[in-house]
Design a binder for this molecule. Structure first.
Ligand SMILES: Nc1nc2c(ncn2[C@@H]2O[C@H](COP(=O)(O)OP(=O)(O)OP(=O)(O)O)[C@@H](O)[C@H]2O)c(=O)[nH]1
Ligand SMILES: [Zn+2]
Length: 293
């Protein structure tokens, strides 16, 4: 028996990386009966056969998993927001942050297209950077068009599995391409040799950037809080976390209750009011969502 990690899944085959070798594996028959689906990112035990083929026998316990795209054991999510075009919005950024925090994945915030900003706009974006850094997030202002405005990002990927997240057009692909131009070449060649366009086969693959692995499709394509309960929402706001135990009522939802430590911190400006307003908005969204069947 050998051990490895699934780095790609394509039409029922799992590409398992084990040391410096790759094995093309199928899942054992038992998986189908038990409705177990191996995921890209899974650590597995497999039975190697000739010609670098094999059977996956066991899937190790996952630390987390995403449904769209299907991927497991993610260490960090790189949230890409553009400063302009489309305009920077903290509402969308907070939505991503909550989804990522709720999965216990480490977020990193990259704000792109800073080459397009005038001085005032840049100062404004820097204020947001400070806001989020105060909460404890890592934030970088970047540009894919101007190398002078691209800080050293490769260390962020070291030994980690990352997914990119962010709305369309913010510059995710551009960023991946400048981080490792060989990836661009590679993907172009693969689609040519297999004769498939961008939309024919959907699959997830982990690519190498520096010493890390990055999923080639953006994570978190569903931006609804389907899997988050109202009582858990505040856990995804780190700056609330430090104070929640001081609320008068157990099970305080930090909206209408008196003597709420979170609300007091908003009044003292220790918690940014825009973050609190987003919390209230998300809470309402969760409380009024239709039940799932
Ligand atoms: N000026 C400037 N333009 C950028 C930058 N990054 C991306 N762009 C442009 O923004 C547009 C969208 O960039 P993409 O990299 O395709 O964005 P994406 O996030 O991958 O978009 P989707 O594939 O739709 O999810 C392209 O026209 C890029 O050339 C940047 O840092 N500065
Ligand atoms: Zn409270």
């Amino acid at each position: 028996m050998a051990e490895g990690r699934i780095i790609k899944a394509l039409s029922g085959f799992y590409y398992v990386q084990s040391d410096n070798q790759q094995f093309v594996c199928k899942g054992r028959g038992l998986f189908r009966n038990k409705k177990i689906t191996p995921l890209v990112g899974d650590y597995v035990e497999f039975e190697p056969k000739d010609d670098n083929e094999g059977y996956i026998m066991e899937i190790k316990e996952r630390s987390n998993e995403l449904v769209r795209p299907p991927i497991a054991n993610i260490d960090q999510a790189i949230i890409v927001s553009s400063a302009v075009d489309p305009d920077f919005t903290t509402l969308l950024l907070d939505r991503f942050l909550v989804l990522i925090e709720s999965k216990h994945i480490q977020p990193i915030i990259l704000i792109t297209k800073v080459d397009l900003l005038n001085e005032d706009q840049l100062e404004n974006i820097k204020l947001y950077k400070q806001h989020y850094e105060k909460i404890g997030y890592r934030v970088e202002l970047v540009s894919s068009k101007n190398q002078d405005l691209l800080p050293e990002l490769e260390p962020y990927f070291d030994e980690k599995v990352s997914v990119f997240a962010g709305q369309s057009g913010v510059g995710k692909s551009s960023l991946i391409n400048v981080l490792d131009p060989s990836l661009l070449l590679e993907t172009a060649e693969i689609s040519k040799s297999l004769g498939r366009g961008k939309h024919t086969t959907r699959h997830v693959e982990l690519m190498k950037i520096g010493n890390g692995l990055v999923a080639d499709t953006p994570g978190f394509s569903v931006l609804e809080f389907r899997e988050i309960e109202a009582e858990e929402l505040a856990d995804s706001f780190p700056e609330f976390n430090a104070r929640m135990h001081l609320c008068k009522f157990r099970g305080c939802m930090h909206d209408k209750e008196p003597k709420c430590a979170v609300k007091e911190a908003v009044e003292n400006e220790e918690i940014a009011v825009f973050r609190y307003n987003h919390y209230l908005r998300f809470l309402e969204e969760i409380q009024t969502r239709k039940p799932r069947y």
